[in-house]
Design a protein around this ligand. Structure first.
Ligand SMILES: *Cc1c(COP(=O)(O)O)cnc(C)c1O
Length: 353
């Protein structure tokens, strides 16, 4: 605390990122990173940019990356926006599209950054409870007066996926405010709502290269939607930071979308390991929500979540445990690691149970 802060800083409640421990040899299954590295072509693209041109500012529009994304999803480059991680893209969305007189709606258990951005930008919001028993998002509960709707698909931290038909039905009912689908994990088993953007001018879809494309260290996120929405985001960006992506990131992101074989193989491995881990957890009595993401959300009827998280940590395995709210206090969110990491996790659980 300091008297030099702007007055509102004292009351901010910042996001708390998952721990990035300094110790080596930990099995780190707490922040949903990809267990395999990025494509070698991505690394080549970064090396090819590391030269004298770094004295020059990058392209403020990241045109080459937007074009690669547009090609990949068969949309127009003008329907693509990129930023320094999808967190930054989301921040611009909250600032530029969700500061309305009516409240923003999002699930009560979801990505905790949404609430943080509401605090930062003074946005009025209402949370909508997940289904009592199954912790699912029910989009018919969002048929209320609103200044915008946002939810992840699959949801975090539950991993549950909504069918595209439910999202389209919501878009048919909700035409007067922006609907944002945060697809940070869509590549691990869902269908992207990008297929709907030409029919719904109020739909914006965000994605990240941090998870399924194994580039969390580089910070690249994107949004795809109607040109007019993208134009609004660009106005916000150019009022904040004209150059959110550096030359290395633009080249790497483009290479990542071009190397589809690498992407598919890595994603398939994660999905296979998710099936394996889910089976192992079931054999040990865990209840695991069906996951379409690169993590599982699981609990054991006889053990507190906090105890399990602590016991795993003592054995060098780090998972995410959210103490709050009470309804999920006994769940662990476990990132799918590689085969060896997942075996280490299961062996550590066997010592605890
Ligand atoms: C990881 C995550 C993000 C942010 O991803 P970055 O691109 O790394 O900033 C956004 N939304 C959800 C739901 C996430 O889990």
């Amino acid at each position: 605390m300091s008297k030099f802060w702007s007055p509102f800083v004292r009351d901010l409640e910042p996001y708390v990122p998952g721990e990035q421990p300094k110790m080596a040899n930990l099995v780190k299954l707490n922040t949903n990173e990809h267990p395999l590295g990025p494509s070698p072509k991505v690394l080549d693209a970064i090396r090819a940019q590391a030269d004298d041109r770094l004295r020059l500012y990058p392209d403020p529009r990241s045109t080459e990356l937007c074009e690669a994304i547009a090609d990949y999803y068969r949309v127009k480059p003008e329907q693509v926006f990129v930023g320094n991680g999808s967190d930054e893209v989301l921040a611009h969305i909250f600032m530029g599209l969700f500061r309305q007189s009516r409240p923003l709606l999002f699930p009560d258990i979801t990505y905790s950054f949404y609430k943080v951005y509401c605090g930062l930008y003074g946005i009025d919001y209402q949370t909508v409870p997940l289904g009592q028993g199954d912790l699912s998002i029910r989009l018919t509960d969002y048929d209320a007066v609103n200044g915008g709707i946002i939810f992840p698909n699959p949801n975090a931290p539950t991993g549950r996926l909504l069918p595209l038909a439910d999202i389209e039905a919501l878009l048919r009912r909700n035409t007067e405010s922006v609907v944002v689908v945060d697809e940070a994990y869509i590549d691990f088993g869902g269908d992207s709502a990008i297929a709907l953007i030409d029919r719904y001018p109020n739909l914006l879809v965000t994605q990240t290269l941090s998870k399924s494309r194994s580039l969390a260290g580089l910070r690249i996120g994107l949004a795809v939607g109607d040109e007019a929405l993208i134009e609004g985001l660009t106005r916000i960006k150019d009022s904040f930071n004209s150059y959110p992506l550096d030359r290395l990131a633009v080249a790497a992101g483009k290479a990542a979308f071009e190397d589809d074989a690498w992407f598919r193989q890595g994603r398939d491995q994660v999905m296979e390991q998710r099936d394996w881990l889910t089976g192992q957890l079931a054999e040990r009595g865990f209840d695991t929500l069906p996951s379409a993401a690169n993590f599982v959300f699981t609990r054991h009827p006889d053990h507190r979540g906090a105890d399990l998280a602590r016991g795993l940590r003592e054995q060098g395995v780090i998972v995410r445990h959210f103490g709050k709210p009470e309804r999920i206090a006994d769940y662990l969110r476990i990132t799918i690691g590689n085969a060896k990491q997942n075996q280490t996790l299961v062996a550590a659980l066997d010592r605890l149970l």
